[in-house]
Design a protein. Structure first.
Length: 107
């Protein structure tokens, strides 16, 4: 369900891969049963390809990584958070976000 440059973030690796990252990180909170999440998946993969080497882009399956989802108050999916220096800098909720918006948020 993910492209070659799209990572998988879990409860176990979120701290090291996202919060301690030296580059900006885009995190897509999703679930397999969520149609809008599946619809935005190709856009997430395009962002991952466009920002490879400059940022990290990955997904958190809310059914498998409940602790992270609860910690960040994810109430509806898809929700996309952008982290810089371990802090949330932008939040997008719903499937209407465009690739250029997401790439810009990582700049």
């Amino acid at each position: 369900m993910a492209g070659a440059n799209t990572l998988e973030f879990t409860d176990d690796n979120f701290e090291s891969d996202v919060l301690q990252s030296s580059v900006p990180v885009l995190v897509d909170f999703w679930a397999e049963w969520c149609a809008p999440c599946r619809a935005i998946g190709p856009t997430i993969d395009q962002v991952a390809d466009a920002t490879a080497g400059k940022a990290k882009v990955g997904k958190v399956n809310v059914d498998h990584a409940r602790n992270v989802a609860v910690k960040y108050g994810i109430m509806s999916i898809p929700t996309i958070l952008v982290f810089k220096g371990g802090q949330v800098t932008q939040k997008f909720v719903g499937g209407g976000v465009q690739k250029d918006q997401l790439v810009g948020a990582l700049a």
